[in-house]
Design a protein around this ligand. Sequence first.
Ligand code: ARG
Length: 461
Amino acid sequence: MSDSSNQQWGGRFSEGVDAFVARFTASIDFDRRLYRHDIQGSMAHARMLQKSDIISQDELNAIVGGLDSILNDIENDNIDWSIELEDIHMNIEARLTDRIGDAGKKLHTGRSRNDQVATDIRLWLRDEIDTIDGQLARFQEGLLGLAEKNADTIMPGFTHLQTAQPVTFGHHLMAWFEMMVRDRERLQDCRKRLNVSPLGAAALAGTTFPIDREFTAKELGFDRPTRNSLDSVSDRDFAIEFCSAGALIMTHLSRMSEELVLWTSAQFNFIDLPDRFCTGSSIMPQKKNPDVPELVRGKTGRVNGHLVSLLTLMKSQPLAYNKDNQEDKEPLFDTADTLKDCLRAFADMIPHIEAKKESMYEAAKRGFSTATDLADYLVRQGMPFRNAHEVVGKAVAYGLKTGKDLSEMSLEELKVFSETIEQDVFDVLTLEGSVAARDHIGGTAPRQVLFAVEQAKMKLL
Ligand code: ARG
């Protein structure tokens, strides 16, 4: 388009836009996915214009009918998007005028693309948040089922990835569940703040027309109109908040992925993932690779990257709208898409994890995982904890030398370290005794895991 001017803003121009510049400045290739929300916003705006006597009832009918037919064409893939028309907003508006004539030209009264795009993104993101929240809930449901099934499945608990104390697998899964609880709260918090209507802020200062901002806000399901027109068209902090909540979701999924990858390895051998979530190797016939969790772990990088993109995009922008903000969309879209894919993968996969109980149990027996239990036993007999720590340390050293776990030593052997040790020590040296003894809110005892699952189920419903 080099010899004609843009029909939407060509009035003051004497030559058309350079073809490269047209492509460079256009966003239609990616912002067209806002079409539904753009039309939704335009309809609300048009209704408000009619109600405020700025356009007639006939003009409103023509606009609504025209927008409906455009929506229909887009959904049937029956539309030619134009780079010359830059973005989704001008593409739709130009189509509207083509179809209904002069009434179409009135739609943009009292509005600017600046408040229009800010409205569209909020509407779009609100829907995405609701979808993502639903997926998080589905994932949580799967976790609860698996945790309940494994409330008394014993595995080693780790600190520094070294065997620390025995825990139950159900308890471990409920730790994941808690991460998801906070992730959902963060999304809801973000939703609350983004759910305000920028419509009416117009280009930056508001409009001279007698508009009704409360009306459009209500029409679009927003809680209220925004309070400051300059802020409304310029800040994308709500998108940043979403990406930040998204980055944390991905961080959590990535931690879980890391554990799944470790647990499926021959060295850990704690779980089995269904074949349909794994792939083989083209050269090594024995391989079954945990590709899905690995890919989720890998995709965390791009979401973290999008967060940094948006922070950087915003950091030097003077009030009010700047074209920089057009760059908000691709990171935002990709964040939502990545979250939906990864959460879907987890929600599908998690309920089908098979715990290899014997192997977990054997692993928990290695590494002196009940050493703290022996120390606690001595403390209950009156020994100060620091002394007990020392005594058990010596017993562990003896175990390392002789290749025996604490529970495999005889009473005589144990008595060498402390005279007061009696037969009942073996109740606390078993893995079952160890986990059952941690029987308080938030502890790993099977009873507590079942309690946590019950509580969580009640909240999920
Ligand atoms: N495509 C633009 C965006 O994404 C819409 C707003 C353009 N406004 C303007 N004054 N150029 O931000």
